[in-house]
Design a protein around this ligand. Structure first.
Ligand SMILES: Cc1ncc(COP(=O)(O)O)c(C=O)c1O
Length: 380
């Protein structure tokens, strides 16, 4: 069976050479935009492409504001700060995610609480979230606190895993009942929709990544989106060294960050945005072909749920046991078809091993059985 899968991937990508998991694509448009930024001499944090990228992203996502930053990790860091996460707080998130989700919580000296994921979306499970809060949270006039540790539970970070929208409306409803702010980690889900609304636009704040392995890229880049004008203004301020606006004076009135996206990267981001719809269409067709193939050989392939649209950033298959998963990983990688296991669960990384956690039943299962398969743009 492994050979059948490997051969199918080779056929799909018309290639006998090394096939990457997600190779970025660049066109003449990309080069001309980057060259234009160089010729303008505005290559750092000020320039027309930064403004254009923000405007286009807020329109595309359907959020009132978008603030461009250097990467998705810094976007998460600032979004959590703006959501009011403070030292020693608890922030609920999922165990199955990229390390940046949990690192950004620790940047604020807060602690992640790792809950399980939903089997059909691979995102934070709203049922476990509801139960966890029922069992462990105490609401008082000063906020929501953990009954055992006494720590404030200030935010929740659901992640739209591999581009599949998690059941975000349910998560927001639950968090609203407890006065917990939602920061959507939509790093992987640019273009994905939940009941016709773009992921990233549901929470108090949402973030995206434009890293080289994402659906579109600007080398490194991120964006924070929000409908809250005050938070948006603060996001821009704090990511540009908290400089008090003045024509020549250098006055900074708080500790700020040098997190603003350079114009050079923003130029590439704008050019890539022009190609986003075509890339998404291309990836949908790849997912459709994968889906039919895996159905025919009886392998579980994750597809989007009704009323949701995945950007199919990374396609994944799930094996029946760890041994067959490992055999496939070995054989595919040895034959030049890049495949990857799921991330090691965050609660198992040594920096987070003491953190609170939920049942993690689905997370533990997927950790040993899931494989991401090549999902990048396919030339026909
Ligand atoms: C779920 C998730 N969150 C955050 C990030 C961080 O984004 P970046 O690499 O742009 O810092 C990534 C990706 O890289 C991610 O996959």
């Amino acid at each position: 069976m492994n050979n059948d899968i490997i051969n199918f991937i080779r056929e799909l990508y018309h290639s006998n050479d090394f096939i990457q998991l997600h190779r970025p694509i660049f066109s003449e448009i990309d080069k001309s935009f980057v060259l234009d930024a160089i010729n303008s001499s505005y290559v750092s944090s000020v320039g027309k492409y930064v403004d254009e990228f923000e405007e286009r992203m807020s329109t595309y996502i359907g959020s009132k504001h978008a603030i461009a930053v250097v990467n998705g990790t810094s976007a998460l860091h600032i979004a959590l700060h703006l959501a009011g996460v403070k030292k020693n707080d608890l922030v609920i998130t999922q165990a199955l995610s990229f390390v940046a989700t949990a690192n950004s919580i620790k940047y604020l000296d807060a602690y992640p609480v790792f809950l399980d994921i939903n089997k059909s979306t691979h995102g934070l499970c709203h049922l476990e979230l509801e139960q966890y809060l029922k069992d462990n949270a105490r609401i008082s006039k000063n906020g929501t606190f953990h009954k055992l540790t006494g720590q404030r539970i200030s935010a929740c970070v659901p992640m739209h895993t591999f581009g599949f929208p998690t059941k975000i409306d349910k998560i927001i409803d639950i968090c609203n009942n407890y006065g917990i702010h939602v920061v959507e980690d939509a790093a992987e889900s640019l273009g994905s929709e939940y009941f016709g609304k773009k992921t990233g636009s549901f929470g108090l704040l949402g973030i995206f990544s434009f890293n080289g392995n994402k659906t579109i890229t600007c080398g490194g880049g991120g964006i924070i989106v929000t409908d809250d004008s005050k938070l948006a203004a603060e996001a821009k301020y704090i990511t540009t060294q908290a400089k008090v606006p003045h024509k020549w004076d250098y006055v900074h009135d708080k500790i700020g960050y040098n997190y603003r996206l350079p114009n050079l990267n923003a130029a590439l981001a704008c050019a890539q945005l022009n190609q986003l719809e075509e890339i998404l269409e291309n990836k949908r067709e790849t997912a459709y072909r994968y889906s039919n193939f895996f159905k025919s050989i009886g392998v579980t392939f994750l597809s989007e749920l009704e009323n949701t649209k995945s950007n199919y950033w990374l396609n994944s298959i799930v094996f029946n046991d760890e041994a067959s998963r490992n055999k496939f990983l070995k054989e595919s990688n040895e034959s030049g078809v890049m495949t990857r296991p799921s991330w090691r669960l965050l609660n198992k990384l040594k920096m987070f091993s003491d953190c609170l956690k939920g049942s993690l039943i689905n997370s533990n299962l997927l950790e040993t059985r899931l494989v991401n398969i090549p999902s990048g743009y396919r030339y026909k």
